[in-house]
Design a protein around this ligand. Structure first.
Ligand code: 6PG
Length: 252
């Protein structure tokens, strides 16, 4: 059975993309909090979401909608660096947003990427997820909202082309060796991301246009890691700007 076509929304530019993403983030988290009393959000790393995070922290109208006391923040992936490292995804989100919002510290669930052994960091995060979601063996957590980016090579989270993590279907979190960085990354796995109630990809910039067309319109469905992300029972929204969408045709 063909997966339902993802929803694609094209914003005029990166600023409009961030604003559309912030509105969607606020709407979905507020609704989930009203419905469930608790909201679990997976943050993305990279540069694209930084402005989104800043908007959520600084724009009063957006900030007022956020159910902060009921929101729990997780990360979809992390570099194998300490939390104060310039490349840390935790540090980026913390500085852009979390330090400016009254989020209870217990609601911030970062990956402890300072461990010397990346596998230990992954194992520990997996146990954190199992405990938080009270999972039985073989169960996967269902996050209310997952934010993802996409690299020009089609990677998402730290699921890079040709890496072992792409094939993991049992673990929740793994240490993934990424040869091109000569480094480990810690990443949530495909089955975890696909259990989400909503996945939003944020893609901006001309340099993503070729890959965005290949991922959304290519005739091979699972050639690139980003194509593996199709929530089994949830929404998939691609929020892209016009520069990234340059090669998409009208009917896409
Ligand atoms: C990371 C992200 C990664 C990112 C893409 C896009 O750790 O960097 O998880 O998957 O989302 O590389 O990054 P940009 O937003 O910087 O283009």
């Amino acid at each position: 059975m063909l997966a339902p076509k993802p929803e694609i929304r094209i914003a005029a530019n990166a600023e409009e993309l961030s604003r559309a993403a912030a509105a969607e983030f606020a709407r979905r988290t507020k609704e989930a909090a009203q419905r469930k009393g608790l909201v679990t959000v997976v943050l993305s790393g990279g540069s694209t979401p930084k402005n989104l995070y800043s908007l959520l922290a600084s724009e009063q109208l957006l900030r007022a909608q956020l159910p902060l006391c009921q929101m729990h923040f997780f990360w979809g992936d992390e570099r194998h660096v300490p939390p104060d490292h310039p490349e840390s995804n935790y540090r980026m989100a913390n500085e852009a947003m979390l330090t400016s919002l009254p989020v209870p510290p217990a609601n911030i669930h970062r990956i402890k990427s300072e461990y010397q052994d990346a596998k230990q960091a992954a194992d520990e995060y997996e146990q954190q997820l199992r405990h938080f979601f009270q999972l039985q063996a073989g169960e996967f957590p269902r996050f209310d909202l997952v934010l993802l980016g996409m690299g020009p090579d089609g990677h998402t989270a730290s699921l890079f082309p040709g890496t072992a993590a792409l094939h993991e279907r049992e673990r929740l979190v793994v240490a993934n060796w990424v040869a091109k960085f000569n480094a480990y990354r810690i990443t949530m796995t495909v089955p975890v991301l696909n259990q989400a109630a909503c996945v939003i990809f944020l893609v901006s910039g001309e340099e993503k246009a070729e890959m965005l067309r290949a991922v959304l319109c290519g005739d091979r469905a699972e050639l690139y890691p980003s194509q593996l992300i199709r929530p089994v029972n949830g929404a998939l929204l691609w929020l892209v700007d016009r520069a990234a969408a340059r090669l998409l045709s009208e009917e896409d």
